[in-house]
Design a binder for this molecule. Sequence first.
Ligand code: SAM
Ligand code: SF4
Length: 333
Amino acid sequence: MTHPGLTDRFGRVHRDLRISLTDRCSLRCTYCMPAEGVQWLQRDTMLTTDEIVRVARVAVDMGINEIRLTGGEPLLRADVVDVVDRLSNLRGPAGHPELSVTTNALRLPALADKLHDAGLKRVNVSLDTLRRDRFIELTRRDKLTETLAGIAAAEAAGLTPIKINAVAMRGVNDDEVVDLTQFCVDRSYQMRFIEQMPLDPGHTWDRKEMVTGEEILAQLTQRWTLTERGDRGAAPAQVWDIDGGPSSVGVIASVTAPFCGTCDRVRLTADGQLRACLFARQESDIRGLLRDGSDDEALADAIAACLQLKRPGHDIDNPDFLQPDRPMSAIGG
Ligand code: SAM
Ligand code: SF4
């Protein structure tokens, strides 16, 4: 190989590939998608399952050892069980990649067992509120009961440890920090609060309005004694033990405490564009290579070249910061 593999210009070695299986979704979370008028990706631009597996195989051969399926809502992809089966059977220098899914949980009652049997290890579920009225406001769909059923199905299927993700929003759900955490403590799930990032379709994100990780921690410490865990490696969440453990809670402070210096993630969109960062302004066209007869070495070169474009940080605080053109649902969170 003539390229530097998965190491970028700043010495960051990439191990985690996030694959968006579709930009379609069954919810319309306000921070992620518009209520209507979504510009869907054209069907013929979306990667086939063979194409996804081929890119993943090349990436795993290069050293990727973790694959996260995301979207949009990844479980809306009709052949998602087959995708999981094929990806979990890949093998690279570090063995089989660990496979997880980030999901809104709505299809888990139907799919959890099949996904587990196909090789899925665990799920991250988005749950921003435990109150039905708020759930409707936040996701623009009346699906809280179904979401909770999906989480229970994942647990029953052994897709554990279950992580619950919530984006904290001022005046919307920031008074549920303790309730959401208690919900997880009671069930041995791991709660993760995420600072809202400027990836919303309306471009209304406002740094001054954002609920910070510090504010979240302040609420949690009123209720529990938190002990910070040590080295988090490349993980985006800083984790605290709750009352000495084993329960824990994490905060993903992407905006106020960026972890770009240890980032090991790279993203493949459903239409075959590789992004070295959520906030990248440049994409590398992998779909073109997949469809023009290029060989695996050319694919590996393109993956390596994409990582060479990765900048040291996301620059959200820079006055020249520009939000990416794609909303989060079309990037893959
Ligand atoms: N549909 C799946 C879900 O909701 O888990 C997977 C895709 S979703 C885009 C992945 C994650 O991105 C979710 O945890 C969601 O809360 C998060 N997300 C979406 N928009 C965000 C934003 N503007 N800021 C921070 N997190 C965001
Ligand atoms: Fe759909 Fe997930 Fe975006 Fe919500 S956060 S609209 S569930 S893709």
